[in-house]
Design a binder for this molecule. Structure first.
Ligand code: ATP
Ligand code: MG
Length: 496
């Protein structure tokens, strides 16, 4: 205690008790006292507004206030001032209730000694000082705990959530009772099961002294998912035993998204590179055939100096090989242009009936000489469609050419055009070799050819080009086929 006099506010209406207390206080030589005596609570409150005291000695039955209410009113005015309740033997219970309510202690009037009075008052003052320092320290801790931008929580070593900071509370938005006093892995904010099992394990190990860290997924009450970089650390008391676990979390959703995007684009790049490599080796292989064939014919011409029919055959073979190489080059260039986005879709009005009839006529006179191509129109044949004529021609050329190539001579190919609902449907149906089911999913990939083509010439680029031309016009393409029976390709293109 300090050397200064202890300022006591004595609130007591019984003058005999006052006299006794004053006497006891004077008897205790260890301290000097400065006692202010009042008989009523109202007067006590007035004094408290004007003067500073170290302690209040309070009788609970005053003319203007009775019992616990007296304590409550004083506490409301001076929450940090220690109150020692003065009570008669018969009122001990009320005095104990007053202590439970926040009074520092109580003294039984009939059993007082100077020493006891001194001890009680000094302890009450000392305890209040300690309490105030504790409250200040708690306040500082709360300020840091709540103001940090990190998510923070305190757990018992068994994993029970004792506290979470304000940021956590605001973000997860679950009611306090769903989290506090619950095992951390049972809190509703951990959705995927793997988060829960990691937390369970982590709490067990942190309680043994380890520091653990992981990336976990959590969710808010509204159901939005986010990623957390979370760590659990043990906190030891002065004896070295683990008394608390501190959980810290930092949101890393953006980081995770960026990471996933990078991984995805790397994967895409890898796929593109793989495709490019595959494409180049296929291409080299495809060019090797006609060039070797020309080279072979030249050698034959040089070495054997053939005449007549043989010479003619040689030139014909060279001509065919050159055509084959040129066709391949054209297809590659076209595919390249569609793939790289260098083709601008040029919508013009097309008289579809005439447009298709002309294509069929040309086929009937060239590649399709030995087939019967039956062209028919359903729906409104006078419709003037706005489409890209050049892309439509690539589509029809390739589909008709395939139907001819992959069906027996003399067989019929049906080409039906249906114009309705602002779109054109082109169906090309043959009775050819069909496409095996296992090949259908890869049909539109460059260089893919079905297993049943045998020695029918082709590079496997036609349908890849068709698909790109359809996509560029926001259309659709479907195929129905049965091996040995025939194939129907259907292309639907919307009118622009
Ligand atoms: P090209 O690039 O010269 O057109 P291609 O005809 O082999 O060569 P695509 O037109 O892309 O290549 O066709 C790919 C594969 O699909 C063909 O090799 C063939 O196996 C199968 N195919 C396509 N159309 C038909 C069809 N009408 N009947 C049977 N198989 C077909
Ligand atoms: Mg083809």
């Amino acid at each position: 205690m300090s050397d200064e006099a202890i300022a006591v506010l004595l609130v007591e209406d019984n003058l005999a008790d006052v006299a006794l207390l004053m006497e006891l206080l004077q008897d205790s030589e260890a301290e000097s006292w400065q006692v202010t005596h009042v008989k009523r609570l109202s007067l006590a409150l007035e004094h408290l507004h004007q003067t500073e005291f170290d302690v209040i000695l309070l009788d609970l039955s005053l003319p203007d206030s009775q019992g616990l209410d007296t304590v409550a009113r004083l506490q409301a005015t001076v929450p940090h001032l220690p109150i020692v309740v003065l009570t008669g033997l018969e009122d001990k219970t009320v005095a104990r209730q007053a202590v439970a309510q926040g009074a520092q202690d109580y003294l039984v009037k009939g059993q007082l000694s100077a020493e006891m009075l001194l001890k009680t008052v000094n302890y009450a003052i000392e305890r209040t000082h300690i309490l105030r320092r504790l409250q200040e320290s708690e306040h500082r801790f709360r300020a840091i705990f709540n103001q940090t931008f990190q998510f923070m929580g305190l757990l018992s070593p068994e994993g029970v959530v004792l506290d979470i900071n304000q940021v956590t509370r605001e973000v997860i938005d679950f009611p306090n009772e769903a989290i506090i006093n619950k095992l951390i892995w049972e809190a509703p904010c951990w959705q995927p099961e793997q988060s829960q099992s990691w937390l369970k394990q982590a709490v067990l190990r942190a309680a043994q002294g380890e520091v653990l860290r992981s990336e976990l997924q959590a969710c808010t009450a509204k159901g939005s998912l986010w990623w957390l970089d979370i760590s659990i650390k043990p906190l030891r008391n002065e004896n070295g035993s683990i008394t608390l676990l501190i959980v810290e979390g930092r949101e890393i959703s953006k980081l995770k998204r960026a990471e996933a995007e990078i991984r995805c684009s790397l994967e895409k790049e890898r796929e593109v590179n793989q495709m490019k490599n595959g494409f180049i080796s296929m291409l080299s292989h495809e060019f090797r055939n006609p060039i070797s064939s020309i080279s072979y014919a030249i050698d034959f011409l040089k070495d054997c100096d053939p005449i007549g029919k043989q010479k003619e055959q040689c030139f014909e073979q060279m001509g065919n090989s050159i055509d084959q190489a040129l066709h391949l080059l054209d297809e590659i260039l076209l595919l390249g242009r569609t793939e790289s986005g260098r083709i601008e879709v040029d919508y013009t009005v097309i008289q579809l009936k005439e447009f298709c009839s002309e294509i069929v006529q040309v086929f009937q006179l060239t590649q399709g000489k030995s087939h019967q191509i039956v062209f028919s129109i359903e729906g409104d044949d006078s419709t003037q469609a706005r489409m890209d004529g050049s892309l439509v021609k690539h589509i029809l050329d390739n589909l008709l050419s395939n139907s001819i190539k992959y069906s027996p001579k003399g067989s019929m190919i049906r080409f039906t055009l249906v114009c309705q609902d602002n779109q054109a449907k082109f169906c090309i149906q043959d009775r050819g070799i069909g496409i095996p089911a296992k090949d259908r999913s890869k049909l539109f990939e460059p260089f893919h050819r079905a297993g049943n083509v045998c020695n029918i010439q082709g590079t496997g680029l036609g349908l890849a080009i068709v698909k790109r031309c359809v996509d560029l016009q926001n259309g659709q393409i479907h195929v129905e086929s049965q091996e040995g029976t025939g194939t129907t390709f259907t292309v639907i293109l919307p009118f622009k």
